[in-house]
Design a protein around this ligand. Sequence first.
Ligand code: SF4
Length: 342
Amino acid sequence: MGKDTKIEWCDSTVNGTSGCDGCELWNAQARTCYAGQLQTNRLSKSLPRLYSSDFSQVQMIPGRYAQAASWSDLRGTERPEKPWLNGKPRTIFVGDLGDTFSRAVTDEFLTRELLGAITSKQGKRHFWMLLTKRPKRLAELAKKWGGLPDNVMAMTTVTDQQSADKRVAELLQVPCHWRGLSCEPLLGPVELRTVNDARGNHALSLKNPSANKIHWVICGGESGKDARPMHPDWARSLRDQCKTAKVPFLFKQWGEWSEVDPEARTEDGQHVSIIADSQKGKSLFRPLTDCLVSADGRTWSRESLPSDLSGRLMRRAHKAISGRLLDGIEHNGYPLTEGRDA
Ligand code: SF4
């Protein structure tokens, strides 16, 4: 819960629940979820009553959403660190430390606490972003509510094409004015133009921007000690799809890994792949910090590298050093958040 947050795409975060049912980033094989790591390593020790040492134990925390609703109105307030939020209402990311729509969180709690706060006199001053890996449940609940209020964006996380095909199709079922995607950590290529809902509506329309069913895309690479590199072309592809469809695109971060020599181009403007055993490959590759990532996301260290493999050379550094420039540009696309017809 944070009235102020460093997360680039919002002003504040709120968690009316703790714990999570898990996903591809937190299960028997994977333990890379930031929230899971934070809760098990720190929050369960400092606040054991609210945060279990077992991240799969989900708890509801009454009063949190109402507290967020009472925060000050930020309309007309400058945000020097995040100028793309200037002119917006306070943007509140719901659920950065767990999944709000986990099974143990009851419909009754979500209706009373979450919907109650959003639709309260104070809550209506803000813009609420509900990010979940369970958009199917959000869709069922939103239908019971008669649709989401227009100061709410329904959002889901996409990490690769498989998760996009499933979750975006489910997100399209949510009756709402606004839908967004957090493509972070991006672990594979994603083609949004092929994703449809059951009625054949495309997530992104190439011909008619007003027919887009997705209104915002955030993209970022993985951070943390076990972070995997994001192939630069996956991020470029999402950027270009959004540009064509006229959908705001925010490049949040490279994460732990960023591209070495991103400006290198062929004569026809294509980004250059590094051939592992080329002179350039040998001169650029730093064995202690670098890996080569191939188009399918496999990574190779200097020792394991097949000699004729080509790919993008990635360097490991802290995410603050990797930064958030994609081909030299900060992408801070942001939706209007107000005044859009359903
Ligand atoms: S759904 Fe979100 S909070 Fe839950 S384990 Fe996955 S990444 Fe973490």
